[in-house]
Write a protein that binds this ligand. Structure first.
Ligand SMILES: [Zn+2]
Length: 79
């Protein structure tokens, strides 16, 4: 049982879709549910259809893809 789904979930909040590692209910974070976003904020989620059309938060997106603070292992000693 080593398979792990994404360790984060997307949570629309404050006009952007942020990522959060908070445990997400099966139907998503309910509106008003405060999540800790990867970009460092505590925001109340908005679980509405419209909210899912918002742009992704650039800072969260970078973290999700490991660009912010996780060095790529292959890059070490690759020069
Ligand atoms: Zn964010």
């Amino acid at each position: 049982m080593s398979y792990q789904p994404h360790p984060f979930s997307w949570a629309p909040a404050g006009g952007l879709r942020h990522a959060s590692t908070d445990t997400r209910p099966r139907k998503g974070y309910p509106t008003g549910f405060v999540v800790a976003t990867l970009c460092g904020y505590q925001l109340a989620a908005e679980n509405t259809t419209l909210a899912w059309l918002w742009d992704k938060c650039p800072a969260c997106n970078d973290k999700v893809h490991g660009r912010a603070n996780t060095p790529t292992p292959h890059a070490v000693g690759a020069k």
